[in-house]
Design a binder for this molecule. Structure first.
Ligand code: ZN
Ligand code: ZN
Length: 363
């Protein structure tokens, strides 16, 4: 079991500068609003390319929130950091290709864990098919298999016609050992989460504020309570008590400017999915409230939830936040939407990124 380090040392400027942003934004924006995609050097841009959990869910019921699995792009300090490589990364690849043209693309992909919904888009990531591009892929080893073997494994025959070794792009798989590292000028902290297998959440510190990405997580204390009520042994993979784990997690999340959290289940659904490794509305609200997050984005939507259901979950989360007397802005992550963080303000989001035309890739 790896130990986790609390994510500390944010500057006062970052915390203070964002202090009122969630409140004013919550008052002004109940949903993403259109704005420019051009950001200055002091700003951080966050784009949601895939927001769904478990399996892609195309169809008329998921048009507004989107059906692609986990992929979030963060741009700051000249770096492009991609959080997970679910099916949404295919759209990101096409967008990058259009943006960069013949110029080289250099980026880092942070893999939270290697469940299929977080890596299945990698074989369809267009930049990997050009020798001019440099892709660094970071993540932690699996419980039995190394990260590189897992990522390459899904591209082997009979699963895919092109192996990872055959991809022309310069792809470097870097297994993380530390819980605190840097990508360019950006400091990144990580924390192991309560999810089957090895799963990490990441906190990216940018000059415009911190972005935490925790796509799959079941709260330790809720799991413990529920299992105890049923007389079932706590099987959480931890040497710490649930309360210690929660304290660590709150410390990790403290004062986060943008918190992207697994909110897969309603509270009622969670009762039927205890131990599946995902959060519920009230547990996610409680985490965000106790950590004094500035803005909460509900993520990893359940494949059985259509747009109307996600709307209800967002409404319920907002109501629970209000009942706690907090003014944290809450959104449901929506494919193609964008958030801009700046030192002075955290603005609404949402230039809807149009879907690119289909590229010729192996099926
Ligand atoms: Zn997942
Ligand atoms: Zn998972």
């Amino acid at each position: 079991m790896r130990s986790s380090s609390p994510c500390l040392n944010r500057t006062n400027q970052q915390i203070t500068g964002a202090k009122n942003l969630g409140r004013s934004l919550f008052a002004c924006h109940n949903d993403f609003t259109a704005m420019t995609t051009n950001v200055g050097a002091s700003k951080t841009r966050v784009i949601f390319w895939g927001v769904r959990g478990s399996i892609p869910t195309p169809g008329s019921g998921t048009v507004r929130y989107g059906g692609n699995t986990s992929c979030v792009e963060v741009r700051a300090e000249g770096e492009i950091i991609v959080l997970d490589a679910g099916s949404g990364i295919r759209l990101l690849g096409q967008s990058l290709q259009r943006e960069f043209g013949s110029d080289p693309i250099r980026l880092a992909i942070l893999i939270s864990h290697t469940h299929w919904d977080h890596i299945q888009g990698l074989p369809f990531f267009l930049p990997a098919y050009s020798g001019k591009n440099q892709l660094r892929v970071f993540g932690y080893d699996g419980t039995r298999t190394r990260l590189g073997e897992i990522l390459a494994g899904q591209m082997e025959t009979p699963f895919f016609p092109v192996t990872m070794a055959e991809l022309p792009g310069k792809i470097q798989i870097e297994e993380l050992k530390d819980m605190d590292f840097e990508i360019g000028k950006l400091r990144v902290c990580s924390k192991f989460l309560n999810h089957p297998g090895v799963c990490a959440g990441y906190c990216i510190h940018t000059p415009a504020g911190s972005v935490v990405y925790m796509p799959d997580n079941e709260p330790f204390e809720q799991l413990d309570v529920q299992l105890r009520n049923r007389g079932v042994e706590n099987t959480a993979r931890t040497f710490k008590s649930p309360s210690e784990e929660r304290t660590d997690l709150i410390q990790f999340l403290r004062g986060t400017d943008l918190l992207i959290l697994d909110a897969q289940y309603t509270d009622e659904e969670y009762q039927r999915h205890i131990g599946w490794g995902h959060g519920s509305i009230s547990s996610v609200v409680s985490l965000a409230a106790d950590a004094d997050a500035k803005r909460l984005v509900l993520f990893h939507h359940d494949p059985n939830h259509d747009d109307e259901m996600v709307d209800k979950i967002v409404d319920e989360a907002r109501m629970q936040i209000a009942q706690l007397g907090k003014s944290i802005a809450v959104e449901g992550a929506r494919e193609g939407s964008e958030l801009i963080l700046s030192r002075d303000r955290l603005t609404g989001t949402g230039a809807k990124h149009t879907r690119r035309q289909r590229q010729a890739l192996p099926e």
